[in-house]
Design a protein around this ligand. Structure first.
Ligand code: SF4
Length: 118
């Protein structure tokens, strides 16, 4: 079966076509570098995603601050991770790089602030 993927590893966004039989890649075209092939292999076996969202700030010059994960987590866990992140409120001032949740859902991925709020 021919499957199409858009590589999300870098801004090039290569369109990759892979011929897959029984979860085994028979051939692949369209990746401009080996990272794209690795991405497709990961997508087939254990898809991972990062999260970029925001959390509430109390007492700051902005009502929200942007956050992201330090490492991607399984795609199937994104909804549960978002529920955990939604529970967080920070108090200004807050600095970029501050860890808000260490090891979210037990994964090797922290939720960190990506912006300063005075
Ligand atoms: S295949 Fe390589 S060049 Fe293309 S989007 Fe992925 S990482 Fe970027």
């Amino acid at each position: 079966m021919l499957k199409e993927f858009t590589c999300i590893i870098c801004p090039n966004g290569c369109e990759i076509e892979a011929e897959i039989e029984n979860d085994i890649i028979q051939s692949m075209t369209g990746a401009a570098c080996p990272k794209g092939e690795n991405y497709v292999r990961q997508e087939i076996t254990d898809p991972q995603r990062n999260i970029a969202t925001s959390v509430l700030v109390k007492g700051g010059n902005l009502p929200l601050v942007s956050v992201r994960l330090t490492n991607p987590i399984p795609k199937a866990e994104i909804f549960r991770a978002m529920e955990e992140i939604k529970k967080v409120t920070v108090y200004a001032p807050v600095k970029a790089g501050t860890i808000l949740i260490k090891g979210i859902l037990g994964y090797n991925s922290d939720v960190i602030v990506t912006k300063n709020v005075e």
